[in-house]
Design a protein around this ligand. Sequence first.
Ligand SMILES: NC(=O)c1ccc[n+]([C@@H]2O[C@H](COP(=O)([O-])OP(=O)(O)OC[C@H]3O[C@@H](n4cnc5c(N)ncnc54)[C@H](O)[C@@H]3O)[C@@H](O)[C@H]2O)c1
Length: 255
Amino acid sequence: MGKLNGKVALVTGATKGIGKAIAELMAAEGATVALNGRDAVAGEMIVKNILGQGQKAVFLKADLSSPEANHNLIASVIENLGGLDILIPNAGVLGLGSVTDVSIETWRRTLDINLNSVFYLLRAAIPHLKADGKSGSVVVTGSIAAHKGFPNHAAYCASKGALEALVKQAAVDYAPEIRINMVNPGPTDTELYKNSAVAFSNPETVLDKVPDTLPMKRIANPGEIAKAVLFLASDDSSWTTGSVLTVDGGASAAG
Ligand SMILES: NC(=O)c1ccc[n+]([C@@H]2O[C@H](COP(=O)([O-])OP(=O)(O)OC[C@H]3O[C@@H](n4cnc5c(N)ncnc54)[C@H](O)[C@@H]3O)[C@@H](O)[C@H]2O)c1
């Protein structure tokens, strides 16, 4: 008996990295999973593998940088899967640059995907989560960058900080029907993480040095973040809302 049997889940940015791991774990736990992403080839391949294991999934292609795309995605989940129990806004971009260097276009795009998309998804999904008459659950992928200034990550840090405030605020308004929580990962082995190296003064060596700075002495694999998301998405966290679960190998504790 899976932890998510009979539930419908939507995971955005699910064609690679952390989102892919979340979608695969949720399907293995019995959910019918809608995987969103921009890369249809990668998305359909993941869905094929999930279906091949006797689990349930569909791929819904959408670029989430506009309000309409987010609203249409929720409508498509409701139409195709008959409802929504679990929403996982996970898609994210780095948008590198300092306040004076980052282009206005990059600033806007980073805020559009990392923050505004979550706002639009919540607006569109909340009436459906409530209408189901079940206790819906939202788990947002944040970052330890909500609490720490990383070099040349102005838009990224700002977007994740605001996202955490949004999660806490929305959790207050929509309890007790809907629980809204956040997982803040630390360094995790994905393309986004590797791409972040160029923001530092020593891009060739910075990533090699990260494990030694962490109490756990290694970075995470995406599956380890997915397990924390599963806890907050499932009934195991039935009294948890407005919480931020930091999953960072001790990075924040070490300062
Ligand atoms: N990897 C890390 O070290 C780390 C640490 C903290 C937080 N995070 C967060 O985890 C989440 C997932 O990141 P990841 O590391 O797996 O990165 P990734 O680059 O591997 O995956 C990001 C996903 O978001 C999708 N995406 C980006 N822009 C999109 C758009 N406009 N529309 C739809 N989908 C879009 C990508 O296609 C991809 O599927 C992000 O929110 C990121 O900020 C990652």
